[in-house]
Design a protein. Structure first.
Length: 285
């Protein structure tokens, strides 16, 4: 399709919205892209080729989908809003490699979509469910290679943050345990209609073949991390002590830290993923 006829041209988007008398639903996080440069950046960051299967979450009226269809072998787009299904029927009519499924992505059996073949996830995500979607994919068993998504800038910063920064937290560690993050672009509100209240960013998470650290008890690792950041101003020792979901004594943590040569007054926000894993291993012995 010629670029000026695509929905990334704001004129085309407005025309189709008026034609279908479409009302944006805030509750579904509907902010549609209207900037071809941003869409190009998303598709480039996702490194899509004609060999690729792509899962798009929330195609909206099909703006990003039109570009994905031209770059990929096959695209499956899952959209919760039934009002958008007839719109997508029109805007994607000329692409025979796109399938639209009217479902809630959080209830979808993702692996059955591509019959066990690998796929890349690409989306301008509905921001209200960014974390459940991404953590569901990372912790799940589906065969995705990478996730390239538009999310809130503040959440992207947290995903790629390292120790000792104010953005560093349980989300950074959970994401970096499974994937390698790369910030592909910062995107201002005027690239969408309606404009979101916050800045956005495109982040790519490439799945690691093995988790970044090997640990005897994954549940214990993430329990420790959760405890450490529940009260991030406290020392790790005091944060763990106050966290009743974990059956770990302050004395054991103190002994493990000393054995590791780490100051026992350290805060969780100063520990690397490797140090959290080593601590979890010592505590599970
Ligand atoms: N991809 C389009 C674009 O870039 O212009 C639309 C992106 S908009 C930020 C998010 C889309 O996700 C909306 O179309 C919304 O209806 C859809 N959506 C919201 N919650 C969803 C869910 N649980 N499952 C599938 N789609 C969802």
């Amino acid at each position: 399709m010629e670029d000026n006829l695509k929905l990334s041209n704001p004129k085309q988007t407005i025309e189709i919205i008026q034609k279908y008398n479409f009302n944006f639903k805030k509750s579904f996080g509907q902010n549609f892209l209207i900037d071809s440069h941003v869409i190009d950046k998303i598709v480039r960051a996702a490194e899509i080729t004609k060999e690729d299967n792509v899962l798009e979450i929330g195609p909206g009226i099909g703006t990003l989908t039109q570009y994905l269809a031209e770059a990929a072998g096959r695209v499956v787009a899952v959209e919760i809003d039934e009002k958008l299904i007839p719109v997508l029927g029109e805007t994607l009519a000329e692409y025979d490699n796109v399938e639209v499924i009217n479902e809630d992505i959080l209830k979808c059996d993702i692996d059955s979509i591509f019959g066990g073949e690998s796929f890349k996830v690409v989306a301008n995500l509905p921001y209200y469910i960014t974390t459940p979607i991404i953590m569901g994919l990372l912790e799940g068993k589906s065969h995705f290679e990478s996730i390239t998504v538009m999310i809130q800038k503040e959440v992207a910063d947290r995903m790629k943050a390292g120790p000792g920064t104010k953005e560093y937290g349980a989300l950074s560690l959970a994401v970096q345990y499974y994937a390698e993050p790369y910030l592909a672009a910062n995107v201002p509100p005027n690239c969408f209609i309606p404009r979101p209240a916050v800045g956005s960013a495109v982040i790519r998470l490439k799945r690691l073949i093995e988790p970044k650290v090997s640990v005897k008890d994954e549940k214990l690792l993430f329990g420790l991390i959760r405890a450490a950041f529940m009260e991030r101003r406290k020392t790790l020792l005091n944060a763990v002590k106050n966290y009743r979901e974990m059956n770990i004594s302050k004395e054991n943590v103190e002994a493990a830290l000393t054995e590791m040569g780490i100051d026992t007054r350290i805060r969780g926000e100063a520990l690397t993923l490797e140090q959290f894993a080593a601590l979890a291993d010592k505590l599970s012995d």
